[in-house]
Design a protein around this ligand. Structure first.
Ligand SMILES: [Zn+2]
Length: 250
């Protein structure tokens, strides 16, 4: 391979990495936006599910209350009958027994009545809480829909930008020699956190921070041959500009 074509290939790999860096930045923005919406949607779904459970419990409590109310009504009737019957009893012994029964019925009725009242109060409170939660959920849903609409525009823009940047790849890829470099590059990009081409600085690989053997470092500096890091397998390049920047501390 001639020196020129190696230089072109290294330059093409560096360009390709720069394009992929740019794409990855926009993709990150895109994923963050989409992720936020997804999380919001999940929260809303959980809230709706919680509300449904509460509505079920309310329905159950209301049924229970109705049962108790019917029981109380029957007890009330029993109590009235007992009162009427008491008026007709003339024998003392029987009267005393009836009076005891009546007292028991009165006590039970009044206890049950109080319990029913407490139950009705609890149900009313629960209803209020559920309405408040329903209102909150509606507000959140509206907010989510507004957010979703606004983000749909932004997501579309980001997708467009990503597609535009990706178009630049075609020309750069054409400069890669041999062609098998592209799949190697892609694999590295996937396996090495989106960094397939890294500079060498101060004798080390910027990708994995390993020091390179001095001989390899010199070859990379000269740019005569395309080399990879022995430790992380990333493509290596040397940038005099970057080295100067680092040396001057900017
Ligand atoms: Zn490395």
């Amino acid at each position: 391979m001639r020196g020129d074509s190696v230089n072109d290939t290294i330059a093409a790999l560096v360009d390709l990495q720069a394009i992929d860096d740019e794409i990855s930045e926009y993709k990150q923005q895109r994923d963050e936006l989409a992720g936020n919406l997804e999380r919001l949607e999940q929260i809303l779904a959980q809230m709706a599910e919680g509300l449904n459970e509460k509505r079920d419990r309310l329905a159950e409590a209301t049924r229970f209350h109705e049962e108790k109310r019917v029981d109380l009504e029957a007890d009330g009737e029993r109590l009235n009958n007992a009162k009427k019957k008491l008026g007709t009893v003339t024998r003392t012994k029987e009267y005393a027994a009836m009076q005891r029964e009546l007292d028991n019925l009165r006590k039970k009725f009044s206890d049950d009545e109080a319990e029913l009242k407490r139950l009705a109060e609890a149900i009313a409170e629960y209803k209020t809480a559920i309405s408040a939660e329903e209102k909150k959920l509606d507000e959140l849903r509206e907010e989510f829909e507004r957010e979703q609409a606004a983000n749909a525009d932004r997501l579309g823009e980001l997708d467009g930008t990503i597609a535009e940047i990706a178009k630049k790849k075609v020309q750069v890829i054409a400069k890669l020699q041999p062609k098998s470099l592209l799949p190697r590059y892609q694999r590295l990009l996937e396996r090495r956190e989106g960094k397939a081409v890294v500079p060498v600085v101060g004798g080390g690989c910027v990708g994995c921070r390993m020091m390179l053997p001095p001989q390899l470092y010199i070859i990379v500096q000269r740019g005569e041959k395309l080399e990879t890091c022995p430790s992380c397998q990333r493509f290596l390049f040397y940038s005099a500009e970057l080295a100067a920047q680092l040396a001057s501390g900017t």
